[in-house]
Structure formats: C-alpha cells, structure tokens
Write a protein that binds this ligand. Sequence first.
Ligand SMILES: Nc1ncnc2c1ncn2[C@@H]1O[C@H](COP(=O)(O)OP(=O)(O)OP(=O)(O)O)[C@@H](O)[C@H]1O
Ligand SMILES: [Mg+2]
Length: 253
Amino acid sequence: MIEITNLSKNYGTKKALQNLNLKIEPGKIFGFLGHNGAGKSTTIKTLVSIHNPTSGTVTVDGLDLAEHRQEIKRKIAYVPDTPDIFLQLSATEYWDLLVAAYQLDRDAVQSRLQKLITLFDMNFHVDETLSSFSHGMRQKAILIGALMTDPDIWILDEPMQGLDPQAAFDLKKLMQDHAQKGKTVIFSTHNLDTAEQLCDELAILKKGQLIYNGSVQDLLNQHENKTLEQVYLEMAGRSDSKIMDELEGGGHE
Ligand SMILES: Nc1ncnc2c1ncn2[C@@H]1O[C@H](COP(=O)(O)OP(=O)(O)OP(=O)(O)O)[C@@H](O)[C@H]1O
Ligand SMILES: [Mg+2]
C-alpha cells in the first residue's frame, strides 16, 4: 500500500500541491482526475522520486520513500507525461539503455519485451529512431520500456495520450490484469469515460487540493441521475460560468 501523508509541493512561491492525504491500495486501479495544472503530474513525480516534496511523507509498503528511494524505485514502472525523451535513440537502443540503467538481465526481459513489441504492433519499427516516430509510436515505445520488467507498481501519467484505439484498449486490459493480480496501478487521465470504465478508486484534484477521494460509483450515487462528466464539471469546473455565454454571444454579434 502507498500512503501519502500531508504532502505539499511548492515551485518557488507557487503551491502546486497542498496537504494531500491518500491511501492507494494494491489490487485496484487508482485514477487521478483534475484540470490542467491541478497537481496530478506533481503528485506522480513525487511518487516516482523525480521531485522532492516541500513537506509531507510517502510510504510504500511501510517503507519511507525518502529513506528507501532505490529499493522502491525498482518496484515502479513509470510512464511520464511526455514521450519526447531520448529522441536520438532507436527504440531498441532506448530499451537497452533501460536494461543497463536498471542493471537488468537482458535475457530475462527479452520474452516479455518481444510480446509487448508485438502487442503494440511495433515489430517493424524497433530499429527506427524515436525522433522519426509519431506521437503515439513514441508513447508505445515508452510504455513498452516501462512495462517490460513488469514491476509491482505501475504509475502512468496520461498513458493513453496519443494511442490508437487498439493500443488504448490493450493497455486498459493490461492495467486491469495487473490490478487483478493484486498489484498497484495508478494513472492520470483527462478522459472521463476511461476513468469511469477503469477506476476502482478516484482522486480529483483542484488547484493542488484533493476535492474527492472514493469510488466512481459512490461519487455517482451522491449525485443521482448525473453523468460523471456533469458531476466532475460541477466539482472541478470553472468558477465563472458566464464566460462561455459571453464568448458565444460575442461570436454571433
Ligand atoms: N517544474 C515546474 N516548475 C514550476 N512550476 C511547475 C512545474 N511543474 C509544474 N508546475 C506548476 O505546478 C502546478 C501543477 O502542475 P502539474 O503538472 O502537476 O499539473 P497537472 O494536473 O499534471 O496538469 P496537466 O493536466 O496539464 O498535465 C501548475 O500550476 C504548474 O504550473
Ligand atoms: Mg500532468
């Protein structure tokens, strides 16, 4: 289990995350929702040790992240919010780099790596450079690299971004299977249908603060006869509801 306690992150004077408290259990798919700039990636980057929090703690299976960083990082597969990294490498060179960096046994990961390459339809592109890939192909290369060792905890920042419908479907199935094995799956998304379809548990962030934590069903039960989109927009949406009318009205004048 991952426990986040009183987690805050400031970038200079900007408060990106304020006093976040969450428990993320294995065996469930945990989703982060929130508008642009709400703090999803900041939370995720803290969990994967890219950022140090300004205050607060994270524990993973009872171990303090700050004290057991390397040990915990080995348990995590991370997909960043942008796939535009290591663009000068071919896909195979990128995966080889990960094998070397994580001191993995190439033969041990080979079989799963090959299956993922085939699943994501990348067999004909493994020797091409990431710079020559489309956005979705880069996303696939990053996903394959993250998932090739099958670590216990998957932390995926907008992982379906740019994927074709087949790849998105396959990734969702992989996430469901991983959770069903009792492992941890954490992801962020802007797609409310995906959130409704996949998430056992949801955290909605607004301007760095947690405004909902619970199941999708509980949230919908609290707002009878409303869709997740309606509920989400009421909770996280803009404060000035007149601006759309003004924009629309202005456009017709
Ligand atoms: N490296 C950084 N330096 C300064 N401010 C940052 C940095 N990264 C994020 N922020 C700020 O922190 C806040 C939260 O950003 P974050 O990237 O966590 O949002 P997000 O919920 O992931 O948004 P999106 O949906 O656009 O990905 C924003 O106000 C953003 O401007
Ligand atoms: Mg983000």
